[in-house]
Each structure stands twice: as structure tokens, then as C-alpha cells.
Design a protein around this ligand. Structure first.
Ligand SMILES: *Cc1c(COP(=O)(O)O)cnc(C)c1O
Length: 401
């Protein structure tokens, strides 16, 4: 398709003139979605293989989410944290249950991933220690605290000096972690798989080692499940594949199915006691609308047995891509429905553009990898339509690298 003379071209010109340029200019104006499909403002349909970056867990327009939000919107959207509501209490209970958190654990509800990380940073400060260890390649968000934990130089450097006391160690390297963690370490903050870095999976044993190392030093282990949580990898939370208990996890993206919400979950009395009355807060966080939406997402994942579906659909994708045996494609990375298709040449941006022309939304997470984080409800048949198109799309790029 072409956006020349289209409705979209005019809208994108208005976008350029009115929005700050931090995202560049988007390629499409999207108007609506249904299930795993979205439509642009000129009426073209796309299979949504990115799901709003691992957010649209139930796809678009899911009746359970729409009806929960509509009903809640009519009852009460916002009440402030001077008061509480039934959906807020139910969501907190539900999160503790699916996270396998023991008695004495607690939930802080925020509006985004970065805000959940900010709460985790404040939690770590309450240990009385100031050093935080994160990983090279880590992405933890763009607010200034979270940015200190994020490793990419281009994101950080324009805003330095950032929060002091943060160091980055090679991801997946147990010896480097062991060498870095001391009795001065407040917290180690890790993604179970690195999403923004290109879906890098160190394997479940890494978190087992991280748990041992942090425990021995009296440091908190905080797992950032913002991208990997809420069923994305086929577990409720990816850390559960390691069989460990962290001190805290951060959750956001998929939790609200598109409604902005984030959470810090603390595990057990010791870490839950660190933040006390008056030490943190938020105006919007945990409001009835967002929490009712999140409850509908969690209920639907459970009732539709989506964790099992995610594992199967993810494996199907891996198998089908492997069966292509294409010279440009390296074996698929990731778990469940958080995947990267690595490429031998730096053609990911061109491939994403060609895919879009062909009606598929994919994310060029790095020059040499396409990230797929589709709605958890995507069917193997829908995945197959993209896999079938992939060789032709790659061949169309020949000579473009
Ligand atoms: C997206 C993401 C964040 C930041 O979440 P926002 O809602 O964009 O602030 C933090 N950590 C991880 C692992 C993420 O994927």
C-alpha cells in the first residue's frame, strides 16, 4: 500500500506538526482492531504480531475486557488512593496468588512499567544500601530512575548524571554477577529474558544463581517481569520457570490488556516491610477502571487456558520457522509468545517495512532480529500466514543490505 494521497498522509503531517518528535514519525495511523487484526485509517488490515509491544494480551476488542471496562466506567473510573475499591483489592489478591507469593507479601499499583521500576528502586533504598546492579543490554524504562538501570548509552547519555550507584554487568554471566555483588549491594535487578535487547534468554538457571548470590550477600533480587509476565512466556511469570522466590517483581505491559497499569509485587515480610505509610504514592495508580481491566485479563487467561496455548503456539512458530530452512534465518529465540527471529544480515528494518506492506506488523527490535509478541490468543493458523510469507518477504529484500 502507499500512504500518498491517503487519509493517513494528512494525519501524519498533522502528527509531525503537533507531537514531540521522540518517536520519530510513525508509519501508520491505526483506527481499530479486532482479535489479532488491526486496521489503518485507509482501511488496510494487518495481522498484529507485536500486540502493542507485548501489551494487547487479549488482542483487540476482546468481549471480556470490553465489558469489564464498560461496566466499571459506568460505576466509577477513579476514586484516588484516599479510598480503595473492590477491583483493587481483588486484583492485588489475584496477583499475589498467581505470583506464588507467600503470606506477608504486598502489591503497589502504578500506571506503567517505569513507575513500577521507580517503586522498586525506592524499595531497594530502604535496605540502607545504595548500590544497584543491573545487566548490560537491560531495559527498565525511561523515567530518570529507571533510565539509570537501563543500559543503552544513547538513551542514557543525554540525561547524565543519573541516579548514582548503579553498575551494569554482562547479562547471563554468573561469575560476573558473583564478583559484583557484595554486602554493599542493595539490589540486583534483572529481566528473566531481555526483551528490548532482542529477546535474549539466559536460561532459567541464571536466576537460580542470582537468587543464591543475592541471598548470600543480603541483597534484594528484583525481577523485571514487565515484558515477560502475565502469561507471555507460557508461565504466569517467567521467573517461575526457575523455581525461585524473588524479593520483588515488576509487572506492567500485558497486565491491563492495553489499559495503563503497572505493579510492584514484594515477596514475604522482609521486603514488604521496607515501604511503609507515606513513603510512596500515586494519584491514578490502582484505580477501579485499570484494576477491573486487569482482573478481566487475568480471568480470561485462566478460563481460556491461555498459558498452555502460549507454550504450544510458541513452539509451533519455532518449528514452522525452522522448517523454512531459509539461509537468512537463524533459529528462533525466546519463550512462549515472546520471540525473536534472528537474521544473518542487518535487514530487520527493511523486513519489517516489507511485512507491513504485505499486511503484517512485526518489530525490528535490532538490525538483525524481528521481535514477535503477538496477542496471547493468536492461533497457529494466523502465525502460519506470516511464516508462509516470510521467504518471499526476505527474497524481496535481496541486495538491500
Ligand atoms: C517496557 C518495559 C519497561 C518500561 O515500561 P513502560 O510502561 O514503557 O514505562 C520496563 N522494563 C521492561 C522489561 C520493559 O519491557
Amino acid at each position: 500500500m502507499t500512504t500518498t494521497d491517503s487519509h493517513q498522509a494528512g494525519l501524519l503531517e498533522r502528527y509531525r506538526r503537533s507531537l514531540l518528535g521522540v518517536f520519530g514519525t510513525p508509519p501508520l495511523v491505526l483506527s481499530h482492531g479486532e482479535g489479532c487484526y488491526v486496521w489503518d485509517a485507509d482501511g488496510h488490515r494487518y495481522l498484529d504480531l507485536v500486540g502493542g509491544i507485548a501489551v494487547n494480551a487479549l488482542g483487540h476488542g476482546h468481549p471480556a475486557l470490553v465489558s469489564a471496562l464498560s461496566k466499571q466506567a459506568a460505576e466509577a473510573i477513579h476514586i484516588s488512593n484516599l479510598f480503595t475499591s473492590v477491583p483493587q483489592i481483588e486484583l492485588a489478591e489475584r496477583l499475589l496468588q498467581i505470583a506464588g507469593a507467600p503470606e506477608g507479601s504486598g502489591v503497589f499499583l502504578a500506571n506503567s512499567g517505569a513507575e513500577a521500576i521507580e517503586a522498586a528502586i525506592k524499595l531497594s533504598r530502604r535496605t540502607g544500601r545504595q548500590q544497584i546492579i543491573a545487566a548490560e543490554g537491560a531495559f527498565h524504562g525511561r523515567t530518570t530512575g529507571a533510565l539509570a538501570l537501563t543500559s543503552k548509552a544513547a538513551y542514557r547519555e543525554p540525561f547524565e548524571p543519573l541516579l548514582p550507584g548503579v553498575s551494569h554487568i554482562p547479562y547471563g554471566d554468573v561469575d560476573a554477577l558473583r564478583a559484583a555483588v557484595t554486602e554493599a549491594t542493595a539490589a540486583v535487578v534483572l529481566e528473566p529474558l531481555q526483551g528490548e535487547a532482542g529477546v535474549i534468554d539466559p536460561g532459567p538457571d541464571y536466576l537460580v544463581a542470582a537468587r543464591e548470590i543475592t541471598q548470600a550477600a543480603g541483597a534484594l533480587l528484583i525481577i523485571d517481569e514487565i515484558q515477560t509476565g502475565v502469561g507471555r512466556t507460557g508461565e504466569w511469570f517467567a521467573f517461575q520457570a526457575s523455581g525461585i522466590q524473588p524479593d520483588a517483581i515488576t509487572v506492567a505491559k500485558g497486565l491491563g490488556g492495553g489499559v495503563p497499569i503497572g505493579a510492584l509485587i514484594t515477596f514475604g515480610e522482609r521486603s514488604s516491610a521496607l515501604l511503609t505509610a507515606g513513603q510512596h504514592g500515586t494519584t491514578f495508580g490502582g484505580n477501579p477502571l485499570a484494576t477491573a481491566g486487569a482482573l478481566a485479563v487475568l480471568d480470561t487467561i485462566e478460563q481460556s487456558d491461555l498459558l498452555r496455548h502460549v507454550t504450544r503456539a510458541g513452539q509451533h512458530l519455532v518449528d514452522q520457522v525452522a522448517a523454512l530452512d531459509h539461509p537468512l534465518i537463524v533459529p528462533v529465540r525466546g519463550r512462549g509468545l515472546l520471540r525473536a527471529i534472528p537474521l544473518r544480515e542487518p535487514v530487520a528494518p527493511a523486513l519489517a517495512a516489507a511485512a507491513r506492506e504485505a499486511g503484517f506488523i512485526v518489530n525490528p527490535v535490532s538490525p538483525q532480529a524481528i521481535r514477535l509478541a503477538p496477542p496471547l490468543i493468536i492461533t497457529p493458523e494466523q502465525l502460519d500466514t506470516f511464516v508462509a510469507a516470510l521467504p518471499g518477504l526476505l527474497d524481496s529484500l535481496e541486495g538491500q543490505s
